[in-house]
Design a protein around this ligand. Sequence first.
Ligand code: ACM
Length: 262
Amino acid sequence: MVKIGYFQFAPVFGGIEENLNTIISRLKDIDADLIVLPELPFTGYGFSDREELLSLAEDPEKSGTVSALVKLCSANGFHLVTGFAEKAGEKCYNSALLLGPAGIEGRYRKLHLFDREKTYFDPGDLPLDVFDMDGISIGMMVCFDWIFPEVARTLALRGADILCHPANLVLGYCQQTMLSRCTENLVYAVTANRTGSESHSFGTLDFTGTSQVVAPAGRIIHRSGKEIEEVLVVEVDILQSRNKCITERNDVLSDRRPEFYQ
Ligand code: ACM
């Protein structure tokens, strides 16, 4: 059995140190193998422009935030998947990082930017792939990627056992849709969404909380409230995401007919 979960909370816009301290204080005594954090949990979400984003984004290899999280992973013997505003030379990505005691063990750059994100982030440029976490295959996707079924499917075809899904959702129908992503791919999914709101010159953003852990076949193991802060950990049997059979004669991955999907 593997202990997986998330931390749902309301990051403070621009409060990198405060947000980091909140995360460390809530997770330091938690017994888990893998915890997923929301999208952009250090910087907050609603940048005015690229200049503001660049003033808050960090190069993960030189980031004190990442170093502190790796230390937390070492002390607790767990892994984290976290959203991260990633500076990479002249580029800036809305990324997810897999962090463990050994450091940065995986990286994903959001492929499908949402709304105003297109005006300040660069679109992801890495292929969808999975990363090993002590024999468990981790796939990462970020928020709006949920509306493209190709993302979850590609990760499942690459062998993902768990879809780790940092989010800052403002639309209300992702959580229900993720049940379908888990059903059609027979994988676990952890959607770690944020709560609260941000007020900016361009408007107010209200985030929808209701983070969740979903089992293969779309069963909700746990779903949080819309507004509460919560650390949630559940035990799951990873073998359930490795059996792709719906009936004795149907396997959701090998029954595909890609030659007819062109
Ligand atoms: C989103 O992709 N943050 C809605």
